[in-house]
Design a protein around this ligand. Sequence first.
Ligand SMILES: [Zn+2]
Ligand SMILES: [Zn+2]
Length: 379
Amino acid sequence: MSGKSLLLHDALYYQYCFGEEHPFNPVRLQMTLDLMQSMKIIESNQILTPVLPSDEMLGTVHSKEYIDAVKHASTTPDYMSSTYGLGTDDTPTFLDMHRVTSLIVGGTVQAAEMVMEGQCHHALNLGGGLHHSFADKASGFCVYNDAAIAIKHLQLKYNAKVLYLDTDAHHGDGVQSIFYHDPNVMTISFHETGKYLFPGTGNIHERGEGDGFGYSYNIPLEPFTEDESFKEALYEVLPAVMENFKPDIIISQNGCDAHYLDPLTHLYSTINIFAEIPKLVHQLAHTYCQGRWVAIGGGGYDLWRVVPRAWSLLWAEMNHQDIREAPIPKSWIDKWSVNAPVALPHSMKDPEKMYEPVPRKPEIDEKNLLTVKKVLHKL
Ligand SMILES: [Zn+2]
Ligand SMILES: [Zn+2]
């Protein structure tokens, strides 16, 4: 096997777009790929085009009625259904919605397949990470649940035990709900507490049901949580869960909306956390899963300053490279400055003192630590 990781990607992903004014903007994928290419951390033979999954494959997670509704919405721009969560302010319809979202699903499924077949240790699908989608309902900008469908595929084809890790600032509610009764899938989500943020779930008491009890973990973090406390929570809980569960493969959702600059959330991460998270996942994948690691994208709404850097750091980690101290190529800055409403970063690092010290820091750190202790107590 070559030591190189693979990226599943297609220009059709750029059509996963809910309109100019919507925060989920696919230009971030273009900017990220362009940054990786201009930093010369990706070669063209590492990029693979996914294939469309069958309706049958989508149907392993989603109801036929819901898939039919998405198909209908694909050709009917003013379609609106609160039952299926389509045509809402959150998740408006767009032309070709079914095909575009299906291809993103295909990317995550294929990433999982390539890793299981030993064609690479690690594979990435940045278009994926649509974690709010439910079996019969779209939600929070997510139409089909690519991670859940890939997990089903891993179960059906390989009988694999899967650990799904979600570090998006929003709770991974869709994936959790789909496997809530399943003891062969461990879902673990680190997110900003649902007290103040969509979707409102992800309490530590949500632990699974029936046979699946004990196979869902939630670590809700306080608003204004900074890197140190986030990292502590992650490093305390994740290795312990891995040791207990011993999965065959890790799927990590890498939403980068926990950053201080993100307009939708209240966490205070710096860019460093998006190097620290994949670093730990990478180590654990090699320790417990013979390297088998699929990474997907997710949220991230500071398109200009955060997402391209965060996801390039992820990709660099997957390729055993360290770009944390690297400058951003001038060609990239010049190219994207034309459209950017803010000044683009010149370095992979965030500026020192990006924000004023958080007055309640000791209280926040302590509260997070208490949450971690309660979670570990349940292991
Ligand atoms: Zn590796
Ligand atoms: Zn999010």
